[in-house]
Design a protein around this ligand. Sequence first.
Ligand code: PDD
Length: 286
Amino acid sequence: MSSIFYINGNLVPAEQAVIPAMDRGFLFGDGVYEVMAVMDGLLIEFERHAARLARSLAEVGIRNPLPRDALLARCRELVRHNGLREGSVYVQVTRGADTKRDFAFPAAVEPTVMMYVSERALRANPLAESGVRVASVPDMRWQRRDIKSLSLMAQVLAKQAAQASGAFEALMVDQDGVVTEGSSSSALLVDAQGRIVVRPLSNDILPGCTRAAVLALAASRGTVVDERAFTLDECRQASELVLTSSLQFVLPVIELDGRPVGDGRPGPAARELRQLYVEHALASAL
Ligand code: PDD
């Protein structure tokens, strides 16, 4: 059965889900997006994703065509029409389609909204058992990484470089050797004292929804969360290195640039955080 997309107010089969060639998302990457998980047919971390979408749109001056209630209704409708139980919802909003290619905002265009769902096993993830390898790459992105914008060339190149070297994810590092985040994940480490060390939110990283949930869960269990920048060197010395994202949840890193992290096996903190996160995600799903 063909999947059903949502385009500008209409549910359409995948073959009819087309966007004009002059859409600014296509021409300039002039738009923002969200990816959220679905389990048991319900939306995971919906409130955080809705708030981040609204913020991203406000930061780039695109009218929000999907305020919270509309977004919730659309996501639920799409999940139901596709019979999705476990997987993801992708939401993209661009500034819209114009007739000319002008860099400055066009006077009167309506945002383009595109949404689709993908089926995918999230809970049963072999990577959570095996752990993943990461490769460090220079962070070549712009200075507003807090906005979940399109224009993902730097992340595309980072992920490709990492995967070409046999790693699963790229760990992006700034000019000072300080870690920013994964190409499509947030990063944290667990030090020898069992403290979580995580880069504080700023324009330098995306405010990860999973990151926020995991840190709150860890703190509520009495784990010390030290929000400060950390270096690649500290990752090499860490007991555990952990990635978080909406679709991977919590993944242990077992190798960094070909060298083992900790004892080279998935660690207990990553396992516990993943379990806590899945329980919390299911309990708060909408
Ligand atoms: N990426 N950092 C970056 C650069 C990301 O692209 C993502 C998510 C994250 C994790 O954020 P969250 O926990 O809210 O998913 C951090 C999504 C999954 C993507 O682009 O597909």
